[in-house]
Design a protein around this ligand. Structure first.
Ligand SMILES: *Cc1c(COP(=O)(O)O)cnc(C)c1O
Length: 397
């Protein structure tokens, strides 16, 4: 269990905060990162012991902050499969990590599974959050499981399926005439007024820890080595930041072989209609500016401002990766191509990573022989699909 957590640390100033207490952002208004006694952790578990465990995120419990096993919420999380897209390989290896197999059909289950478990452990009762759809559903599912209340605010044009799923799973859902940052502002105000806990992306410390399991899982699936490049559809960036943290922790305990360990290039993929991280990356900026009038078919990455912007940029730069934007037309094209040629239906955000990989190939940012992982962050079935069917006639071909 999470008996190795020692403290939390401000991601900007390094200031320490005690574990076992309720925290939001640091005093500097930045995300808090969980720190562990990694030496003690490494003495208590090894890779062989891990290999014998079943289950999803909780098999990594030593790397997670939950202290009591009874608080680990379980909705049947799985180790998500790596699917090889050999149809598109000219050289190297191309893999999709299919996160659509998780409870509520998206990788939000990882972050919220851990965050809601921690909320229960810390004695919180009512959690609130802005969402573009998938986070709300995952929050609802885990809160209902834990007996906690959940309230979410989403942009009015959030896909109906997400809204209904979230409501059916027991959360109160409000539609807001605005974008996710407008929803976030409302959550902030109402949380202060009504005593709800604000679980917005990176405004509490534990969703990153849940998303970290993507990095732990990948390392294990690749036989305790790492791929050469990872393409991540970046909204708030929790997963990219979380995976980078996972790689650092694994490196520190020596599970990735002798140092210096070759870590993957991290690619943050965004949509052209909402690319604040890409802009900041290109300008060499440490922080990203608010992106006005954000629009894209990939709702999960329609995030005009991210609290963890500097952490995303830091990981991308440290890893010698890049930030790339792709158009909606490229996203839909990629979705059709991968579905039609590989039998794998990606969600639009997942398809964006395929398009981003194609850009990176053209730009020479990934090369022949590279082992590449794309993240399909949700099941493609949760999205309205383009009608490409044909009517049957008696003269069918
Ligand atoms: C939330 C979400 C993203 C973005 O994830 P972050 O870790 O917040 O950057 C991408 N795709 C889908 C489908 C999502 O639900």
């Amino acid at each position: 269990m999470g008996r190795f957590i020692t403290h939390l640390e401000c991601s900007l100033t390094g200031e320490h905060y005690p574990a076992g207490e309720i925290h939001g952002l640091s005093d500097a208004g930045r995300p808090l990162l969980v720190r562990y006694d990694l030496e003690a952790l490494a003495r208590s578990v090894d890779r062989q012991a891990l290999a014998r465990r079943s289950g999803g995120i909780w098999r990594f419990s030593e790397f997670l902050p939950v202290r009591q096993q009874a608080n680990e919420l379980d909705l049947g999380e799985v180790i998500t499969p790596l699917i090889r897209l050999s149809e598109f390989e000219s050289a190297g290896e191309l893999w999709v990590k299919d996160e659509g197999r998780l409870p509520t059909g998206s990788f939000k289950a990882r972050g919220l599974g851990v965050a809601v478990s921690m909320a229960r452990e810390l004695g919180l009762h009512h959690l609130a959050m802005p969402t573009n759809g998938n986070a709300g559903a995952a929050l609802a599912a885990y809160c209902t499981r834990a007996g906690l209340e959940a309230t979410v605010f989403c942009p009015a044009d959030t896909p109906e399926i997400n809204i209904r799923e979230t409501a059916m799973l027991g959360a109160r859902v409000y539609r807001v005439d605005g974008l996710i940052n407008d929803c976030g502002r409302i959550v902030g105000e109402l949380a202060a007024e009504r005593g709800w806990f604000d679980l917005s992306t990176l405004k509490e410390p534990y969703r990153i820890e849940g998303k970290k399991t993507m990095g732990l899982e990948l390392a294990e699936q690749f036989g305790w080595s790492l791929p050469d490049a990872i393409f991540y559809p970046t909204g708030g960036g929790t997963g990219l930041i979380g995976m980078w943290k996972a790689f650092q922790e694994l490196e520190a305990i020596g599970w990735l072989g002798d140092e210096p360990v070759k870590k993957p290039k991290m690619f943050a993929v965004q949509a052209e209609g909402c690319a604040p991280i890409v802009k900041a990356f290109e300008e060499g900026a440490e922080f990203a500016e608010f992106w006005p009038d954000a629009r894209t078919v990939a709702a999960g990455i329609r995030v005009p401002a991210a609290v963890g912007d500097f952490l995303i940029l830091r990981a991308v730069r440290e890893s010698r990766g890049s930030a790339l934007s792709v158009s909606d037309a490229e996203i839909l094209d990629a979705q059709r191509q991968v579905a039609g040629e590989c039998g794998t239906l990606l969600c639009p955000e997942g398809a964006a990573t395929f398009a981003g990989w194609q850009h990176a190939l053209e730009l020479g940012l990934v090369g022949a022989g590279d082992r590449v992982v794309l993240f399909n962050c949700a099941t493609g079935l949760k999205y309205p699909l383009v009608d490409t069917s044909e009517a049957y006639t008696s003269q069918a071909p």
